[in-house]
Design a protein around this ligand. Structure first.
Ligand SMILES: C[S@@+](CC[C@H](N)C(=O)[O-])C[C@H]1O[C@@H](n2cnc3c(N)ncnc32)[C@H](O)[C@@H]1O
Length: 190
């Protein structure tokens, strides 16, 4: 397990639910690294749905998927993750194995375009609806950019209030990281 990078740590947990043939959602496609990871894990029998509000991010993701010769198992939505319930075909509702959120801004791009608490919370509620039993949501939260601390607080408040008999929430954090915190939340639907 690689623990010098929090996203590598997240992936070491997620590989438990990411089996060939799985259904995965990348709620924040960004530069496409996570979508490529999900597409590779899902394989030819699986499906990946990825969202981003920025056309640039969707194009980056498409390019990366093609360059890395990923199986044709992906669908990209140039739309907010708050629309996932209407955009992911109904046949997949209740069957999704993993939803990944990597919050914040698109690295190397306009840092004022960030994920926002209202839409993130709506997307989290919708993710819980489309997840299969035993499936997971992984959220990487960065509190360092403008609005980041508020989103961090809102997401953790939302997750803390979730019914323990319906969802289990585990938080991990690099405690000795200088500067702003980076946190991971893992939600498992029971
Ligand atoms: C930290 S980046 C994601 C990094 C990405 N997962 C990767 O592997 O490169 C956050 C992304 O969230 C996107 N975003 C912001 N609001 C969004 C929303 N409502 N729905 C979907 N994506 C959103 C931003 O445009 C940005 O590209």
């Amino acid at each position: 397990m690689i623990t010098n990078n929090i996203l590598s740590f997240a992936k070491s947990i997620l590989c438990e639910v990411l089996e060939p043939g799985c259904i995965a959602v990348d709620a924040t496609a960004g530069n496409g690294y996570d979508t490529v990871y999900l597409s590779r894990q899902a394989g030819v029998e699986g499906r990946v749905f990825a969202f981003d509000i920025q056309e640039e991010a969707i194009e980056q993701t498409r390019q990366r998927l093609n360059e890395e010769c990923m199986p044709e198992n992906w669908t990209l939505f140039h739309s907010g993750h708050e629309n996932m319930l209407s955009l992911i075909p109904e046949e997949f509702h209740g069957k999704v194995n993993i939803v990944m959120f990597n919050l914040g801004f698109l690295p190397g791009s306009d840092k004022s375009i960030v994920t926002r608490p209202e839409t993130t919370l709506k997307a989290l509620a919708d993710s819980l609806e489309i997840l299969a039993t035993g499936a997971m949501i992984c959220i990487a939260i960065y509190a360092g950019h403008p609005g980041g601390a508020e989103e961090d607080a809102a997401v953790r408040e939302y997750c803390t209030a979730l019914d323990y008999h319906y969802v289990r929430v585990i938080q991990s954090e690099m405690l000795n990281k200088p500067g702003y915190p980076i946190r991971l939340l893992f939600l498992t639907k029971l």
